[in-house]
Design a protein. Structure first.
Length: 256
């Protein structure tokens, strides 16, 4: 168990035939770049339900990535109210089971955009299915390109892990989403909100390291976002070290 911590990143999938005749996996390079800059090794995780335990044995941390898709409302006990939701059922099923396994092992986890929403739903939260139609006077959360520029500010919750990591009360962030967290279970920490009160970051405090960010920190717009990835890799390194016995022998999570 030598070398840098390994961070598994979930892949997006496209079914359009405009690029190829078969479905193809996709992942922006900056996800990998942000992890590698922080000192980790990034690997993509295909949506193989039968490989989840092998993936979790391999990695020291997980990033649930974002994408242009929506969490199926059935997962949070609602029916679809909008007729234009885009779901990727197999991707979500894979990420849901991967997340369950990661949390059971206390693996460090960061959820980004839809990944944050999935963390919230896994903890019993519900989602706003469409911000423009359901939240009056909401900000323009679906900014046009480029996404490497900030769109609006968020206020950080004093005392939260995210606040301690970045050392600031406000951040300028990008914004590429039309859904958001609505009903937050009491055991979750809301660690950032936008000016229109849309939830922008959450934490699962009983986990080693589990943060969800509604924006896309992999663009590294500011040093504060870099610190999130630094902290993920640091937590993954601690997890990796914890899987070694006192004699240095490698052991499985939960083993002795």
């Amino acid at each position: 168990m030598t070398g840098t911590p390994i961070i598994g990143i979930t892949l997006d999938i496209e079914y359009s035939t405009s690029y190829a005749q078969e479905p193809w996996y996709a992942l922006r390079e900056n996800y990998c770049g942000a992890i590698e800059t922080a000192g980790g090794t990034a690997i993509g995780l295909p949506h193989d339900l039968n490989a989840i335990e092998r993936y979790l044995d391999l990695v020291d941390g997980v990033v649930i990535s974002g994408g242009m898709y929506d969490i199926p409302p059935a997962l949070y006990g609602e029916e679809e109210r909008q007729g234009d939701l885009v779901t990727k059922v197999h991707r979500t099923r894979f990420e849901q089971r991967l997340l369950e396994g990661a949390l059971a092992r206390d693996l460090p986890v960061v959820g980004i955009c839809g990944g944050m929403q999935l963390i919230a739903v896994s903890q019993g939260a519900k989602l706003i299915q469409d911000l423009p139609s359901e939240v009056r006077s909401s900000l323009g959360h679906m900014q046009p390109l480029p996404h490497s520029e900030a769109s609006h500010s968020v206020s950080l919750t004093p005392g939260s892990l995210l606040h301690r990591l970045v050392g600031r009360e406000r951040l300028e962030v990008n914004s590429v989403h039309h859904q958001a967290i609505k009903d937050v279970p009491k055991h979750l920490v809301v660690s950032a909100v936008a000016e229109d009160h849309v939830i922008e970051a959450i934490e699962v405090p009983d986990q080693r390291f589990c943060i969800g960010l509604q924006w896309h920190p992999e663009y590294l717009i500011n040093d504060s976002e870099r610190r999130v990835f630094d902290a993920l890799v640091e937590a993954a390194a601690a997890y990796r070290q914890g899987l070694r016995g006192h004699d240095g022998a490698e052991r499985k999570a939960g083993g002795s």
